[in-house]
Design a protein around this ligand. Structure first.
Ligand SMILES: *Cc1c(COP(=O)(O)O)cnc(C)c1O
Length: 402
């Protein structure tokens, strides 16, 4: 069988819309790029974004900041993490997550991953007990939501403060409730490869007034916090403003102006992503040896990337499979490689933390393949990509590679 190669780039996002470009040009013409540089009575774009995102999330408070990783650092610090304290987190996540824990002075305690790519709740319960951790930074890695009801029940039983890493779940929900509204605080990224794109950027949401105030001061608000868009009352700041350090990491008006119109388009884009995701899923559901993560009916996901497992695949077969797909124009990332590549990540390469034994996660990562699904691909493109992957998986079976 010959398969037509795919020729489009996997890293090409859609352009910023004309409305975003016009808003960015307005900011540039004004010269007031810094978020606190406002005229009397003017609301900065950064503050407008905070208001709009808080409304979108249904949260009381929102802080716009420099990156998703930075938002996680602030979330941990503002939650009262002490130096050297353990923080539970997913073993299957991206490097900025353990990085944020370490930057905030914490010690990551890694929790196993299931075949459906979510945090292993039995291991979570066990490690919550054995570590005595007060914090869980749950990473909804690649947009896969654990059973949030069961996870929150464990957190409640153990008294864990939950921080959600929603880098891949902006726009997602569990049983109709927005991802990011389960924990005490949630962190989002507006980096180019996430769901809204300002190059770099982060958003933090919470309903907790003191946590919000601390996060705002930490982000480098000087004493201009009253100019924020979705912040608690000044009285809350009075209590904490002098004891909270400034760790500058603000968002500027240029990025906020680009993001505002994208937020309006987010829900429609989620549907566009999911149409592409379903085309991939349909095209691969019968492919030999492939396990597709089960997406529970309670999960309203955002299919901005696609993962599948080939359980038991040997390393040389995995490398050959990735190369075969690449020869046909399909860029797969394999999480089992000895060294992390691009946006893959493995706990073995985080040598700045204590090594931890994670046999279940290692087994999952050894057979895990990952692909970006930019909206510049159409649904037909995704059918075509699925055909190529199925073809390469078929070759694996013929070669009899274990
Ligand atoms: C991208 C990402 C982050 C961090 O986002 P940045 O804005 O790049 O710091 C955190 N967690 C996950 C799972 C991510 O993919």
């Amino acid at each position: 069988m010959t398969v037509r190669p795919f020729t489009r780039p996997f890293t090409q996002q859609e352009p910023i819309g004309e409305d975003g470009i016009a808003a960015a040009v307005d900011v540039l013409r004004s010269g007031r790029l810094h978020r606190y540089n406002t005229l009397a009575g003017e609301t900065s774009a950064a503050s407008e974004l905070e208001r709009a995102f808080a409304a979108y999330q249904g949260s009381r408070y929102c802080l716009a900041c420099a990156s998703g990783g930075y938002a996680m650092q602030l979330a941990l610090r503002a939650s009262g993490l002490a130096t050297g304290e353990p923080v539970l987190t997913n073993a299957f996540t991206l490097a900025p997550v353990p990085g944020a824990i370490v930057a905030a002075g914490g010690r990551p305690v890694l929790v196993e991953t299931t075949d459906d790519l979510v945090i292993d709740l039995d291991d979570l319960a066990a490690k919550a007990e054995s570590s005595g951790a007060r914090f869980l930074l749950v990473s909804h890695m690649r947009g896969h939501l654990a059973d949030m009801d069961a996870m929150m029940a464990i957190a409640e039983r153990r008294g864990l403060t939950v921080i959600e890493d929603c880098a891949h779940t902006m726009g997602a929900a569990w049983r109709g409730r927005k991802s990011g509204s389960f924990g005490r605080v949630a962190c989002f990224s507006t980096q180019t490869y996430k769901h809204i794109n300002s190059g770099e950027g982060g958003l933090l949401t919470t309903d907790d007034p003191e946590l919000a105030a601390r996060a705002i001061i930490l982000s480098g608000s000087y004493m201009l916090y009253e100019r924020h868009g979705a912040a608690p009352d000044a009285a809350v700041f009075d209590r904490i403003r002098l004891e909270t350090p400034n760790n500058s990491g603000r968002m500027d008006n240029l990025r906020a102006a680009i993001l505002l119109p994208q937020l309006d388009a987010l829900d429609a884009n989620v549907e566009r992503w999911n149409a592409r995701y379903r085309a991939l899923e349909d095209g691969l559901s019968g492919a030999p040896r492939l396990h597709l993560p089960v997406r529970p009916p309670e999960e309203h996901y955002v299919g901005s990337s696609f993962q599948f497992l080939i359980p038991g695949i040997a390393a040389d077969a995995a490398r050959r499979f990735v190369q075969d797909a690449l020869d046909l124009g399909v860029e797969l990332k394999w999480f089992g490689a000895a060294e992390p590549q691009a946006f893959t990540s493995s706990h073995h390469s985080w040598t700045y933390i204590e090594p931890q034994k994670l046999p279940r996660t290692d087994r999952v990562l050894a057979g895990l393949f990952d692909m970006r699904v930019p909206l510049t691909f159409g649904v037909d493109d995704c059918r075509h990509i699925a055909e190529i992957i199925a073809h390469c998986a078929g070759r694996l079976s013929i070669a009899g590679a274990a």
